[in-house]
Write a protein that binds this ligand. Structure first.
Ligand code: SF4
Length: 229
């Protein structure tokens, strides 16, 4: 059984495939070399601001969110200010991020719960943060990892979904299962930085339609059918 697994991990002409530990180490080293300073690109000064910005980033670019949040936090600086605001006013401010009614509902609902049940602080555990309206594992991992340095999982957004498939780190396409595969393959102390680095790689090099494989320093480890070399 062990031998069969080992062979599967080396299936193409002796090349290391999938989540073979040596291959994963090489991928992580490549990411470190390319993106030593990768970090979250949503501007924020607190866990509360990052939570709101991450809710706003659904189906929207970070650049657009970063244009909207200074106005939003200028007018509503605390969770209590947002929790009891006039929803029409929030909708107007965040309109350009798309899905503005649903996002307003999530932001106000999350802020209300933060004020009324968590002493005005964004909770620090996965279990608690998932009770906030509009917060699923992706948002929870962004906030816990970036704002608090707590590695509770891997951020699975559209870039992570695409790249973990291209890099042969999962056979699944459902975010929860992809995250479980990644949590098994990547050492926990790397979950936060790995999330940032893969998102940076997806934005800068491994684009959905035209990956820039000529400029990719993971190219030798990539056997994706999407490769353009
Ligand atoms: S070689 Fe191409 S497809 Fe593979 S990870 Fe790099 S950019 Fe993406």
């Amino acid at each position: 059984m062990k031998k069969a697994k080992k062979n599967a991990a080396r299936s193409t002409k002796g090349k290391l495939r999938g989540t073979h530990p040596r291959r994963v180490r090489a991928l992580l080293a490549g990411l470190d070399k390319a993106y030593p300073a990768a970090t979250c690109e949503l501007n924020h000064k607190s866990a509360f601001q990052l939570l709101v910005a991450t809710i706003l980033s659904a189906q929207c670019t970070d650049v657009r969110v970063n244009m909207v949040t200074p106005v939003l936090f200028g007018k509503y600086p605390t969770p209590a200010d947002l929790a009891y605001a006039n929803p029409r006013d929030i909708e107007e401010i965040i309109r350009s991020t798309g899905f503005f009614r649903a996002k307003t509902k999530s932001i106000m609902g999350a802020c209300k719960k933060i004020v009324e049940e968590f002493g005005e602080q964004v909770p620090r555990t996965m279990e608690e943060i998932l009770t906030l309206p509009g917060v699923a594992r992706k948002t929870a991992n962004v906030v816990l990892g970036t704002a608090y340095g707590i590695a509770s999982g891997v951020v699975v957004d559209t870039h992570m979904l695409r790249l973990s498939a291209r890099l042969d780190l999962t056979k699944h396409d459902e975010p929860k299962k992809v995250e479980q595969d990644l949590m098994r393959a990547i050492p926990q102390e790397r979950w936060i930085q790995f999330s940032h680095q893969i998102i940076w790689h997806g934005r800068r090099v491994c684009a959905a339609r035209k990956p820039n494989c000529m400029k990719c320093n993971l190219e030798k480890l990539c056997y994706s059918k999407d490769k353009l070399i």
